[in-house]
Ligand binder design. Sequence first.
Ligand code: ATP
Ligand code: MG
Length: 532
Amino acid sequence: MLLDGQSLEGHLPYTGTWLSTPAITTAETKVPTGPSTWSRIESNIGFWAPIIFMALICIVLWRTMKLMPRTKPQQIKPESKSSIGWAEVAGADEAKAELQEVVEFLREPDRFAKLGATVPKGILLHGPPGTGKTLLAKAVAKESGAEFFSQSAAAFVEMFAGLGAARIRRLFAEARAHRPAVIFIDEIDAVGGERGSDNNSEREQTLNQLLVEMDGFNSTGDLVVIAASNLLDKLDSALLRPGRFDRQIFVSPPDVSGRAAILKVHTRNKPLGDVDLELTARQTAGLTGADLANLANEAAIAAARAHRDKIVQHDFDSALERVVAGMQSRRTLNEHERRVVAFHEAGHALCAELLPGVNRVHKISIVPRGRALGYTLNLPEEDRYLKTREELIDYMTVLLGGRAAEEIVFGAITTGASDDLRRVAEISRSMVHEYAMGTSITSLQVSAEGGAVSDRTRQLRDEEQQHLTDEAMRGAARLITDHRDKLDTLAGALLRNEVLERRDIDRIMDGVPRLYRSPGHGLRVVASRRTR
Ligand SMILES: Nc1ncnc2c1ncn2[C@@H]1O[C@H](COP(=O)(O)OP(=O)(O)OP(=O)(O)O)[C@@H](O)[C@H]1O
Ligand SMILES: [Mg+2]
């Protein structure tokens, strides 16, 4: 121990230097500087490392942000005046009549306001795809002279919660500033689905904002919201209540006169030769406006490819085939496969020619098209809205006629009937589940959608479905064995010519009566009476 003032002499082994220190404090300070530098560096590192680390993170973040796609908030402004007016929309007469009212409200709001009438705030156009909903909304904008703000609802769904709602707010604010205006929200199902059905809080916020905005403007008649959707049942009920989209207009696929009118609209600027649009309209039951527009275009392409300067009926026929059955494919079949396909198609055609409840055959072909190796086109001659049980069974019989023919002629069945079988399953399913057209299920809808179904009902449903398809299969087999000679003639002609038109079929089936059903008896009666 050293007292103050005493000195210490000694040798520090690790430095090799002699020290002479007056006191312990000085002795300590005179210890060589090696370890203290280290500790200083250490403490420096302790101080700087987090700062450098943070700076590195900032640089990395900054670089990543630079690489991210930049999305500027989309500008919302009225669309330039569209060229689509009432004249461009054909066939949808009911929808047009309802929208006409809105156009008048927008044109002369005062006339209605004087009488205390309020304009419907929201109009919801719903219906299958391609029936002209978007087209109708554009026509309203043009005819009313109002500004047209069109947004697809999908554009409101953003990655970050709150952005969609903000866009809705801006959309309504802009539209209010440009009154009179029409806001059109296309494909509203993207945000308008039932709330609580999924956990997408962004979508729900957007929908809530839309509900708030629709409450927020008073109906002075100069701002109207039109929305379009394919699925009305999926929309949130709050959207559909009075005061919001209280007017719902169903835009249905066109009827025969509607189809003729749509074909006229779409052939207005095309040079037509000898074309019967009424005939084409009759052959296209079930097609929508978009299909018909496509048909007219395909016909023009067919005429151009054949170097004609006018479109003729044949172009429409081949376009229809292309639209209904798909493009001709280059698959080549071997001889046996061709025979199987020919008998398969002849089986369909024979059943369709004999049964009373189905459409006549328009054309049979064994030229592969789309996914089909051959096809039989049955085109309806009129629009039908109701079908009887017998007609549906007849239709299934025609569908199964192909497979029955294969089985009877070759004793083996092939995979070629898969599409027919799928359709048979669909029809028999709806017959039992939805329409109660079974043998014991005749007064009760037993589809599972409406609620739980007991095991016994489920089993009964399956059995009923099986009965129906068995009945159709037996019918098809009977028709084919009874008219085997005609089946062979049809198949032979198909193998030679590949395609049979209506007149060829008429020639082959000449003298064979179409069956008829005696009234009052649900059964199909095999009797010989000519109905043609
Ligand atoms: N009634 C119609 N009159 C004339 N053309 C029509 C009609 N309906 C549809 N079309 C044609 O079909 C195209 C598509 O129609 P539109 O976009 O309006 O269908 P949509 O009902 O909005 O379909 P989606 O539900 O798929 O949005 C139109 O551009 C037009 O060429
Ligand atoms: Mg649309």
